[in-house]
Design a protein around this ligand. Structure first.
Ligand code: HEM
Length: 132
């Protein structure tokens, strides 16, 4: 499996573990304050990262492009900026809202980079390094 897929899947599973813990904590306490952080961690962190990982696994010629790594770094930095800020904002720290906004914009840039990768031409040769 390409390295970029491994990175996305590892990031995804970390997000799922934290996202499920957050969901269980909400369920057990009956306090659903952090609902948006939970939903976004699971959907942007777990589902979308896993979809990206799957895409690169199915398109190994795209996985070796430098832009694929730029996509991973930008998208994941966006998640790191946005999600903890969203969580603590929901817990009563409204001053974190600008950080949530900046993180969200970085996530959007990561997704736009992915769109460029998707629409770029496939190269015929699959380098040895991407094979399992
Ligand atoms: C252990 C597993 C999970 C537990 C215990 C859990 C628990 C919860 C709870 C308590 C809420 C708040 C419900 C409300 O106040 O209306 C919630 C909302 C939500 N969860 Fe989870 N969750 C889990 C897994 C997931 C996963 C895997 C996803 C997505 C992949 C997800 C996506 C969402 C979304 C989108 C909402 C918002 C729903 C809405 O606004 O109506 N959850 N979850």
């Amino acid at each position: 499996m390409p390295q970029i897929s491994q990175l996305f899947f590892k990031t995804a599973i970390i997000c799922l573990i934290i996202g499920l813990a957050m969901g269980l904590q909400m369920g057990m306490s009956g306090n659903h304050t952090v609902i948006a952080a939970h939903a976004h961690l699971n959907l942007l962190g777990w589902v979308s990262s896993a979809v990206f990982g799957g895409y690169y696994a199915l398109n190994p010629s795209k996985a070796v492009k430098r832009l694929a790594m730029v996509h991973y770094i930008v998208y994941t930095l966006g998640l790191i900026a946005m999600l903890p800020a969203l969580y603590f904002m929901e817990l009563g720290n409204p001053q974190l809202e600008p950080l949530v906004g900046i993180g969200s914009l970085i996530v959007l840039v990561g997704v736009l980079i992915f769109a460029v990768v998707m629409f770029s031409k496939e190269t015929a040769a699959i380098p040895e390094a991407t094979r399992a």
